[in-house]
Structure formats: structure tokens, C-alpha cells
Design a protein around this ligand. Structure first.
Ligand code: SRM
Ligand code: SF4
Length: 569
């Protein structure tokens, strides 16, 4: 008898999957349903594909005794978010040929397509591959898209950070050939008969059952914390001397997700692990991943992220284990400071002498007129684009002579305009109607809530002031709401928990201010606090700091209870 806890169902699915094949190939050929079988829907995640159904249509289809309106979301993995104009045009084409007409920029420098029906799925993925991009490992229990500080053309340090993101992404990519068999060489879909062929597949880093849970890595270039370093399983913060990266401070154990009413689940900011040289960074990433592979909880998926492994075993134990695998000690972390999170909008001049224009894209949703504008731009602009870690878009490498032309085109299509500092720093997750886990609206609601809050912002004379506001439709934290100065987390339809007090530079989380607030009451609750901020703030004081100094909330410490127990009744 052993008291080893029973492995979670997903572990069995992975183990039996023959390196992520399952029966996906057969499922794609079955025409009597728009869905795949349940086990395969877990495996497609490793291929960057989620089965979803339109939740707006659920009641009607249930009434009509029809199966749910199944379709698929495909997430394109783009390390550091760098795209050529030609690649943008392919993404644009996929949006109308196969998806719901929109391109969705994510909070992790990737692109999502929603609404792809099963019969279009393989062609969508093959088209993405033709553009030299892929969806492999964009989701699933593996290392996901690696983010790096936007944008690589800004400085040599940014370029190095981007290259590191690419090297890590390549090194930690799954090696299984299942992805190519299923999506690219569709006609040769593996029949599963030949064990020997499959055994040729090896996953030297992951093994047959991959990781216990998703894993996320970022590379930051201080003083800008656009990647939200502390929200991630593993972070590298560039230490720059004389304009060059001399190494990286390594952070581990960040994560945002939690479950309402379950205090053993909580957001957690990453801890410092040490310092490594640029040459050591990929090896450090591999060893951190393998420690989590071997010690992460494979019984309870709610306890399976690296943050819980570290809290269970301790940071010192974790460092010792990583260093034993590296065969050397990590250095002392160097002093470094961040000044801000979020994106810097408008024009900046890069080290390349060219200009880069950061555009605000509301919740990352590129559709309609906006999409037309960006298509027209991509057709005439060969400098490319960079997706930011905050759902926005940078038009890169514009010559000084073309700046006016680019601006005119973007203005014509509503892509440039005056916005309050609150709106420019607003970010919402997808939520309804596609996200199966959403408890409340997010992307479709936040813009209206910001409009309501803007009344108080105008009264307080804060139109130009940046305040970080983020919303998610459930506590999983996809828009990193626990690092917002004002965070909204969906509880049930039309009802939100309000979190206040994160640091503008992303180094301190917020805490639960008030739970279960009906949406009609939010502006009434926050308006007076915003107005008091306008009147009483000290020079340079940020909103997140103000609510602590004036006693609206006690200073957040990151203790798990602070995400579950509200300050205000
Ligand atoms: Fe997320 C699950 C969307 C960034 C934490 N996330 C989901 C799913 C796939 C829902 C599902 O499992 O069925 C959502 C798909 C919605 C849809 O219809 O498109 C979804 N997550 C997103 C995106 C698209 C939000 C956005 O509006 O941009 C982001 C895609 C990122 C990417 O390109 O890779 C996205 N998700 C995040 C982040 C932010 C980040 O990584 O910086 C987090 C918090 C950080 C973290 O991981 O701790 C995040 N997503 C989650 C979680 C909770 C994970 C946890 O261990 O606590 C889930 C649920 C789960 O994994 O069980 C989840
Ligand atoms: Fe869905 Fe929740 Fe993520 Fe929003 S935070 S996309 S509702 S899983």
C-alpha cells in the first residue's frame, strides 16, 4: 500500500496520448459533430487549440435540442510578439477566411482567433504555419509563449532580451512530431499502429507526461515592467551596463490564478532566485522547468503551478535543487528598479534611428474599421509590428519621412485619438461569449465601465493621469488583475470583486477591497475615491499608493487571505 495521492485525470490523458496525438486526427474527420472527444480537447491545448462554444447561443440551442455551437480558439505563439507585415497580412486573412472576423491580441504577446469551426481548423493551422508561425505549446502543460520587453528595436538590450525569449522558446518547445502529423501533413495522420515510430519521438526535457501544469516565462528590460515580471513562473530581468546586457536577475514562483472561496488558491508574486549570465540563461530556464516537472503537484491541478511547489518546499530548497542540476551557484541578484508597468504610447525613436508607434487597441480586439486600417498599413509598410504584453500594438521601423503618412492613415481608421490615462491603461480578458470559465462579462463590459469612471476622472482633473485598471471575468487572472491599481474580478453575471492598491511598477499586488459589488454600484463606490485622489494626492503619488496612505485599504502584503477577505463589508 502506498499513500501516494492519485494522479489527476489529465496525467492519464497525457500518459496515454502517445506524445499528444490521442485521437485528434480521427476526431477531425468525424463529420457528425462539431466537437472532439473530451480527452482530445485536453490534448489540443498543447497544440494551441481550445474547443469552445458560443455561450450567448447556449440557451437557444439547448431549447432547440441542438448541440452547443462548437468552434475552436487557436492561439498563435509569437515569442516577444514580433511580426513582419507579411505575417500580419496572413493573420488578417485567417480572421476572415476561417475565424470570426477579428484578430485578438493577448496579454502575452500572442494572437488568438475565435470561432474556427472544426472543418476549418487544419487549414487555419496550416496557413499559420505557412507564415512561419505556429500554435504549438501556446497552451497546455508546457512552457507557453515567452514574452520579452517590447520592442526589440528600441535598444540593443531590448534586442538581446528578445533573442533570449526566442532561444528559450526554441529550447523548451515540445519535440513531438504529432503537431506536424496532425495539422500540417494532414493526409498522413498517424494511425497509432506503430508504437516504434512513436517511440522515436522523445521529449528530452518534458518526458511523456510533460509538466504538471502550464508554465510561463518573461524577459524584462528595466526600468519598464511591461511584461509584469512578478506575475510569472520564471522571469529574467536584464541587468544592463554600458547599454549591453551583462546578465539577468532570475525570479521564480509568480502566478495570478485563484478560485473564489478557496483560500488555498491565491495569486503570488515571484521571488528573486539569483543572477545568471546571458550564456547561462537558457540552461537556468531548463533546470527550473525540470525541477517543477519533477516536484510539481500532479494530483491536484489547483495546486500544480510552480508558485505552490515553492510555497510547499521553500525558496531555499528550490534554489539548491536548481543549482544542483546546473552544477554551479547562481550569483547575487543585482539591484534594479522598475518605474512602471503597461505600455508607453505614441512615437519613440529606436536605436536603429527609425520610429516606432505604440497604439492603444481596446482589449486587444482588432476588428472592423480598425482591422481594415491595419491591413492597409501592413500593405504599404514593410517595417512590421510588435505585440505588447498588454494587448496593444507597436507599428515598428517607420522612417522619419513616413511618420505623418502613417499617422494620417491610422487616424482615418480610428486607431489614433485622445484617450484618458485610465483608458490607456485598461485591460480586460476575453471572457464571454467564448471563454468557458467566465463568470461575468469582461472585454464587452470594461470599456463602458471606464466611460462611467471617466466622469469622476474628468471632475478630478485626472484625464492625463495614468491609473492601471484591469478586469477579468473570473478569478483566473488572465489580464493580471491582481497587479492593477484598480482590479475587477467577475463573481457572477453583473457582479464583481474590487481589488485596490497595486504598485504602478508592478512590484506590489493589490488586495480585495469589496466583494460582490453589482456593476451598477461600481462607479458610485469608486468615484469618490478617485475624486479624493485628484484633490489630496501628494506630488507624483500614484493611485495605488494613495489608497494605502489614506487608509482606504491597509497596505497589501501578498498574504493569501488578502485576496479572499474583503476590507470593506
Ligand atoms: Fe488565461 C485559462 C485567455 C493570459 C491565467 N485563459 C484561459 C482560457 C484558455 C480559458 C479556458 O481554460 O478554457 C481563456 C480563453 C478565453 C478565450 O475565449 O479566448 C484564457 N489567458 C487568456 C488570454 C487570451 C486573455 C486575454 O484577454 O488576452 C491570455 C492569453 C495569453 C497568451 O497569449 O498565452 C491569457 N491567463 C493569462 C494570464 C496572464 C499572463 O500569463 O500574463 C494568466 C495569469 C497568469 C498565470 O498564469 O498565473 C492566465 N488562464 C489563466 C488560468 C489560471 C491558471 C492558474 O494556474 O491559476 C486559466 C485556467 C486554467 O488554467 O485552469 C486560464
Ligand atoms: Fe476566461 Fe477567466 Fe481568463 Fe477571463 S480570466 S479569459 S473569464 S479564464
Amino acid at each position: 500500500m502506498t499513500d501516494t495521492p492519485k494522479l489527476s485525470a489529465n496525467e492519464g490523458i497525457k500518459e496515454r496520448s502517445r506524445y499528444l496525438r490521442g485521437t485528434i486526427g480521427e476526431g477531425l474527420r468525424r463529420s457528425e459533430t462539431g466537437s472532439l472527444v473530451a480527452d482530445d480537447t485536453q490534448l489540443t491545448k498543447f497544440h494551441g487549440i481550445y474547443q469552445q462554444d458560443d455561450r450567448d447561443l447556449r440557451p437557444e440551442r439547448r431549447r432547440k435540442k441542438m448541440e452547443p455551437a462548437y468552434s475552436f480558439m487557436a492561439r498563435v505563439r509569437i515569442p516577444g510578439g514580433v511580426l513582419t507585415s507579411a505575417q500580419w497580412l496572413v493573420m488578417d486573412r485567417i480572421a476572415s477566411d476561417f475565424a470570426n472576423g477579428s484578430i485578438r491580441l493577448t496579454t502575452r504577446q500572442a494572437i488568438q482567433f475565435h470561432g474556427i469551426i472544426k472543418t476549418n481548423l487544419a487549414r487555419s493551422i496550416a496557413t499559420i504555419n505557412e507564415a512561419l508561425l505556429d500554435t504549438l505549446a501556446a497552451c497546455g502543460d508546457v512552457n507557453r509563449n515567452v514574452m520579452s520587453a517590447a520592442n526589440p528595436f528600441e535598444s540593443p538590450a531590448h534586442a538581446e532580451a528578445w533573442k533570449l525569449a526566442g532561444r528559450i522558446a526554441g529550447h523548451l518547445a515540445p519535440r513531438t512530431r504529432a503537431y506536424h502529423e496532425i495539422w500540417i501533413d494532414g493526409e498522413k495522420v498517424h494511425d497509432g499502429a506503430s508504437e516504434a515510430t512513436i517511440e522515436d519521438d522523445e521529449e528530452p526535457i518534458y518526458g511523456r507526461t510533460y509538466l504538471p501544469r502550464k508554465f510561463k516565462i518573461v524577459v524584462a528590460v528595466p526600468p519598464v515592467n511591461d511584461v509584469d515580471l512578478y506575475a510569472h513562473d520564471l522571469g529574467f530581468a536584464a541587468v544592463v551596463e554600458g547599454g549591453r546586457v551583462v546578465g539577468y536577475n532570475v525570479t521564480v514562483g509568480g502566478g495570478m490564478g485563484m478560485t473564489h472561496g478557496e483560500p488555498t488558491t491565491y495569486p503570488r508574486l515571484a521571488d528573486g532566485l539569483g543572477f545568471c549570465t546571458p550564456e547561462q540563461a537558457v540552461d537556468v530556464a531548463e533546470k527550473v522547468v525540470t525541477v517543477q516537472r519533477d516536484f510539481g503537484d500532479r494530483a491536484d491541478r489547483k495546486q500544480a503551478r510552480l508558485k505552490y511547489t515553492i510555497d510547499r518546499r521553500g525558496l531555499d530548497w528550490f534554489r539548491t535543487e536548481v543549482e544542483a542540476r546546473l552544477g554551479y551557484r547562481l550569483g547575487e541578484a543585482r539591484p534594479l528598479a522598475f518605474e512602471r508597468t503597461g505600455d508607453r504610447f505614441g512615437w519613440t525613436k529606436g536605436a536603429d534611428g527609425l520610429w516606432h508607434l505604440c497604439l492603444y487597441i481596446a482589449n486587444g480586439r482588432v476588428a472592423g474599421e480598425m482591422r481594415t486600417g491595419l491591413r492597409r498599413l501592413a500593405e504599404s509598410h514593410d517595417g512590421g509590428f510588435v505585440l505588447t504584453p498588454n494587448q496593444n500594438l507597436i507599428v515598428t521601423r517607420v522612417s522619419g519621412g513616413r511618420k505623418r503618412l502613417v499617422e494620417t492613415l491610422l487616424r482615418e481608421h480610428g486607431l489614433l485619438g485622445e484617450l484618458t490615462g485610465l483608458r490607456r491603461n485598461a485591460m480586460a480578458c476575453v471572457a464571454l461569449p467564448s471563454c468557458g470559465l467566465a463568470l461575468a462579462e469582461s472585454e464587452r463590459y470594461l470599456p463602458d465601465l471606464v466611460t462611467e469612471l471617466e466622469a469622476a476622472i474628468e471632475r478630478a482633473g485626472l484625464a492625463g493621469d495614468e491609473i492601471v485598471v484591469r478586469m477579468t471575468g473570473c478569478p483566473n487572472g488572465c489580464a493580471r488583475p491582481y497587479l492593477a491599481e484598480i482590479g475587477f474580478v467577475g463573481r457572477s453575471p453583473g457582479v464583481y470583486d474590487i481589488f485596490l492598491g497595486a504598485a504602478f511598477d508592478g512590484s506590489r499586488p493589490n488586495r480585495l477591497y469589496k466583494a460582490k459589488v453589482p456593476q451598477a454600484e461600481i462607479a458610485g463606490l469608486l468615484g469618490p475615491i478617485i475624486e479624493a485622489y485628484g484633490r489630496e494626492r501628494r506630488a507624483g503619488e500614484r493611485f495605488g499608493d494613495f489608497v494605502i496612505r489614506t487608509g482606504v485599504i491597509p497596505a497589501p502584503t501578498g498574504a493569501p487571505a488578502e485576496y479572499h477577505e474583503p476590507v470593506a463589508a
